[in-house]
Design a protein around this ligand. Structure first.
Ligand SMILES: [Zn+2]
Length: 365
């Protein structure tokens, strides 16, 4: 049987330790079914209750297997994707925040709360990305759930703490592929704790995925480096690309701040118009999870000063592409972003990306 597990709760809104907002949790039993209320989750599972669960199983032919299957709930698509890759067929994995949805602003619905309560394990991104889900995550972890931030293993020295986001770390770490590799290892470690008998298989699957990510990392570096240096400026709707910029050597400017909660002012837009005009920036980018109005205002502003700038494409910043598509995977998301940015800013990248799987780009408006 699993033992009580203590994770230090470090989720203070303005604390420097926002890296790991997991909570004190007595590990919920993965064998106890998938629809238990929180109050029951903390109870040790006796042989008797396990037998009752087994009798209630709709598929008596495979009771042991059905009983062992874990239910995992994740927040964003990027988290869901790496968890899915690490656990494979060992568990049911579902994500709450879908394609095109902004995690900074996302408030969990009643159904989401029910899903969180009935899950065996919960993974979220952390670093205050899912700011409006914090209370819900704290409540379920206090109720005895295994709750993990995939960014837990990242060193604080790695994390960016922009001045305008005083006291918070920048949460958009998935934009640096090496960081998401660490997140993948964190998932394997967490799953090894929750489901010890399968720990080696989680570690092996994570390693295979990390190998794929290292190819992706090399591709992104190469195509971004092919952009002429002066034009290597990435202007997007909000500040989601700071880690991307640091890892791959491109200047990054967001119209809105780190969180989409803050509004961009006219002054921000004018400053960026000047940057565009002075550096002859040929394209700016919209994001799938952020309204386009600020980017449009920027284009208008540049036009008023005699500079034509186009929309270089839609980037996936805080949400992936549609489920079931290549862009709806973490690798596809980064491949799409790097390929789109490189091509729009005068660099070289194959039109269909690293694996030839990207949806052909639509003509920019
Ligand atoms: Zn964001």
């Amino acid at each position: 049987m699993r033992s009580a597990r203590l994770i230090v709760f470090r989720c203070l809104a303005f604390a420097v330790l926002a890296a790991a907002p997991a909570a004190i949790a007595v590990a919920a039993s993965p064998s106890a079914g998938t629809a238990r209320p929180v109050v029951e989750a903390a109870h040790a599972i006796t042989a008797e209750s396990a037998a009752v669960a087994e009798r209630a199983s709709p598929s008596p032919a495979e009771p042991a297997q059905a009983q062992k299957r874990l239910s995992i709930v994740c927040t964003t698509g990027m988290v869901t994707d790496i968890v899915q890759r690490v656990v494979g067929e060992n568990a049911d994995v579902r994500g709450i925040i879908g394609a095109g949805v902004d995690p900074h602003l996302y408030k969990p619905t009643r159904n989401d709360i029910a899903a969180l309560q009935s899950a065996d394990v919960i993974f979220y991104s952390g670093l205050m990305l899912e700011g409006k889900m914090t209370d819900a995550l704290v409540r379920v972890s206090r109720g005895g759930k295994s709750v993990y931030a995939v960014t837990e293993l990242l060193d604080e020295k790695f994390l960016l703490e922009p001045a305008e986001f005083a006291g918070h770390f920048d949460p958009h770490v998935w934009m640096d592929v090496s960081a998401w590799s660490r997140a993948c290892e964190a998932v394997a470690k967490a799953m090894g704790e929750v489901d010890k008998p399968n720990a080696a298989s989680y570690a092996a699957r994570a390693k295979r995925f990390v190998d794929e990510l290292s190819d992706l990392d090399a591709y992104v570096k190469k195509v971004i480096a092919s952009i002429p240096e002066k034009q290597r400026i990435l202007i997007t709707a909000h500040d989601a690309f700071n880690y991307f910029g640091r890892a791959y050597g491109i200047r990054v400017k967001g119209i809105q701040g780190i969180s989409t909660e803050s509004e961009a002012g006219l002054e921000d837009i004018n400053r960026l118009v000047t940057l565009i005009v002075e550096n002859d920036v040929r394209a700016v980018f919209v994001e799938s999870s952020v309204a386009e109005k600020n980017v449009r205002a920027l284009i208008e502003g540049a036009r008023a000063r005699g500079k034509n700038v186009t929309v270089g494409g839609t980037l996936f910043s805080d949400a992936m592409g549609a489920a079931g598509t290549y862009e709806g995977t973490y690798i596809g998301m980064l491949d799409h972003n790097a390929t789109t940015i490189a091509r729009a800013l005068g660099g070289e990248a194959p039109p269909r990306g690293l694996h030839g799987k990207l949806t052909p780009p639509q003509a920019a408006p």
